[in-house]
Design a protein. Sequence first.
Length: 215
Amino acid sequence: MKQHVSSGELTERAGIEEDTALVKIENLPLRQLIGMAWRVKTFQIVGPAWLGGETFDIVAKPPPGYQQDQLPALLEALLIDRFKVVVHHESRSATAYALVVSKGGSKLRETTGARTYLTGRPGLIEGNQRSITELKDLLAGMLERPVENHTGLTGRYDLKLEWNPAELASADSPANERASLFRAIQEQLGLKLERITAPEDFVVVDRAQRVPVAN
């Protein structure tokens, strides 16, 4: 693990690449790493503002027989060891969204090729052989609200979703449902986001070091 050195480019890569031989996490802040480890989104993390500041790179060799669902536990152990992270959980009521299949049916394409890098940045979500869980987690990050998977879709899909990030209003604004992202989800994926209220798990960071223990 090391602090990320920025190239200064607006389209600089930030995300995860993994297989059974290597896990590579690039350019992500501690707040997002905590969210991945404790299985919550960044807006469900209560802690100091600096958690979203500096970004880090992680390159690790996973244990034999590694499966994707092992990543949170492995990352949690790493953050506890290197950043001395201590957290506790609280349940709070929050505005959320349910991801459902729209009336016209899903337009998602079942994957036929290899798993590729998952990009999730304002204006673009793209990656092959990806699950609805991965999609809804990225959408939750864009909207800064929990997103629940109510689609019933269990396959692996080649995702590509493009929208104008400048049109995305506040998640608390009714205009949000008319924003480009909401239209793109319906038009490009055949899915829809419906506003709901639900109890959500929040992670409260009691302690964390700004600088990780050296390799």
